[in-house]
Design a protein around this ligand. Sequence first.
Ligand SMILES: Cc1cc2nc3c(=O)[nH]c(=O)nc-3n(C[C@H](O)[C@H](O)[C@H](O)COP(=O)(O)OP(=O)(O)OC[C@H]3O[C@@H](n4cnc5c(N)ncnc54)[C@H](O)[C@@H]3O)c2cc1C
Length: 297
Amino acid sequence: MYPRAFEYHRAKSYAEAVSLLSELGEDAKLLAGGQSLIPLMKLRLSTPAHLVDLNFIPGTSYIHRNSAVSLGAMTHHAEIAASADIASIAILHDCAAGIADPQVRNVGTIGGSVAEADPTGDWAPVLMTTGATIKTLGPAGRREIDIHDFIPDAFTTALQPGEVITEITVPLAPDRSGGAYTALKRCAPVYATASIAVQLTLDDDQTCSDLRIYLGVLGLTATRVPAAEDALRGQSVTDQAIARVQDAVLQAAEPVSDMRGSADYKRHAAGALAKLALQAALRRARGEQVEVSHLYA
Ligand SMILES: Cc1cc2nc3c(=O)[nH]c(=O)nc-3n(C[C@H](O)[C@H](O)[C@H](O)COP(=O)(O)OP(=O)(O)OC[C@H]3O[C@@H](n4cnc5c(N)ncnc54)[C@H](O)[C@@H]3O)c2cc1C
């Protein structure tokens, strides 16, 4: 189906995008990669009268690595997956490389994904696990918002009218820390059935000093699993301890049955993903290079 007719505006700076949004009002939408917005417009689920294109603003796609990693909002998933600066922050690489297929990854942006706040999207659980900050520019100036406050609900963000995401900042994990993100999918160009993000920090080769675990896809937002974290924190990372984490994830997951599978299937998928992610995170925390890819079933 064709979208409703709209007027196209090409912003030359974020400041211009902000003033265009303020001027054009509620009927205007920002256009980044268009990978979520254009399908919604074609289905007439979104019918903006004005599109403000961010794609021609210089200097909005970048990856800077200093004491943290800064990702320009218009950075494509594929650029993140291919970046040498990201290769050692394995959890970010796992996420970017696993989104959909090359066509979507080459055009879709991290800023657009965060703004969309789709509960089945891949970035939210990863950015919550890593403690990311979302930087914005709006009519009232610049803001820095913790990712947990930024996405309070499905398809809902803390963005105010006229506000644009400019950057996502991810703090670097401490030494002897490893992260992993994995998901179960039916095939590449679809959203996941279940996903999990894990960041594990070791005191020595066997004792977990810190653990963060977020489930993706199974709720309205990414969900932290404190009981699973408590099952391992301060403990040796043995197969038995990992089994306890798996069990806690199984207990905590509250999926609903839908076309992607029954609630029970998704709960067991989350448990299996927890084991795979933890095993990879442990090896990475020990300095090993480990490939993690999504599972297809
Ligand atoms: C076939 C297909 C499969 C997909 N599979 C997956 C998947 O497995 N996992 C996954 O995570 N995603 C998936 N996606 C979505 C993809 O990751 C998109 O890139 C992402 O959801 C939106 O990014 P975008 O740059 O395309 O944003 P757009 O579609 O252009 O915009 C999305 C929304 O964000 C707003 N917006 C965009 N940029 C900004 C900004 N800087 N500041 C404020 N608001 C902004 C727009 O106004 C719009 O409301 C898939 C998409 C398709 C078409």
